[in-house]
Design a protein around this ligand. Structure first.
Ligand code: 5GP
Ligand code: MG
Length: 178
């Protein structure tokens, strides 16, 4: 078995340093906007995990986070269009300011589904924060309130994002060799 996944990467789209800088900018924006408010982050498993971990470490203010599990891709490169709930949230978000955190907003199906699901717990508001925004593919009317990078329609891996469950652990975002 080959033990270096980097040989599968065609090119690096976003370096560790670019991501680090962007995440701190996002922290500053969110920190300002939520001053004096309660903040509950709901992160979408598993793609958001690295982003969430870096994001939350930028804050000094109180905050809570929890995870929701959904799946739509079934491991490949093409979305099936069907979103399924795999893991419910376990904290009470009623009357709270919820910020949904995900790796990437593509067609909008995932975050549209998540927003709709969270609505039934009657939070005060729901906002969306993604690291990467692929606007060109949007099929559902969902917008990110906070986004780090806008990218064209390329399939990316790393920094939480997978191809067939691999590559999530790369500290940068890259494009796979075909
Ligand atoms: P949407 O439901 O908006 O089409 O897609 C959102 C989800 O699809 C993301 O949370 C992510 O898991 C996955 N996804 C969308 N685009 C990409 C991509 O370029 N690379 C990877 N690895 N996953 C993607
Ligand atoms: Mg995801």
């Amino acid at each position: 078995m080959d033990n270096n996944v980097e040989k599968d990467i065609e090119s690096v789209l976003l370096t560790q340093e670019q991501i680090r800088q962007k995440v701190s900018e996002m922290v500053r924006r969110i920190d300002t906007d939520y001053r004096g408010k309660e903040l509950v982050m709901i992160a979408v498993l598993k793609g958001s995990v690295l982003f969430l971990a870096d994001l939350v470490r930028g804050f000094k203010r109180p905050l809570e986070f929890d995870f929701i599990g959904v799946s739509s891709y079934e491991g490949g490169k093409v979305s099936t269009g069907v979103v399924r709930l795999d893991k419910e949230i376990a904290i009470d978000i009623k009357g709270k300011n919820v910020l949904v955190v995900d790796d990437i907003l593509d067609t909008g199906r995932t975050l549209g589904f998540v927003k709709h699901y969270l609505q039934k717990f009657e939070p005060k508001e729901i906002k969306i924060c993604v690291l990467v925004n692929k606007e060109v593919n949007r099929a559902i009317d969902v917008d990110a309130d906070y986004w780090g990078f806008k990218i064209p329609d390329v399939f990316i891996v790393g920094y939480g994002m997978d191809f067939e469950n691999n590559y999530r652990h790369l500290p940068y975002i890259g494009i796979l060799k075909r």
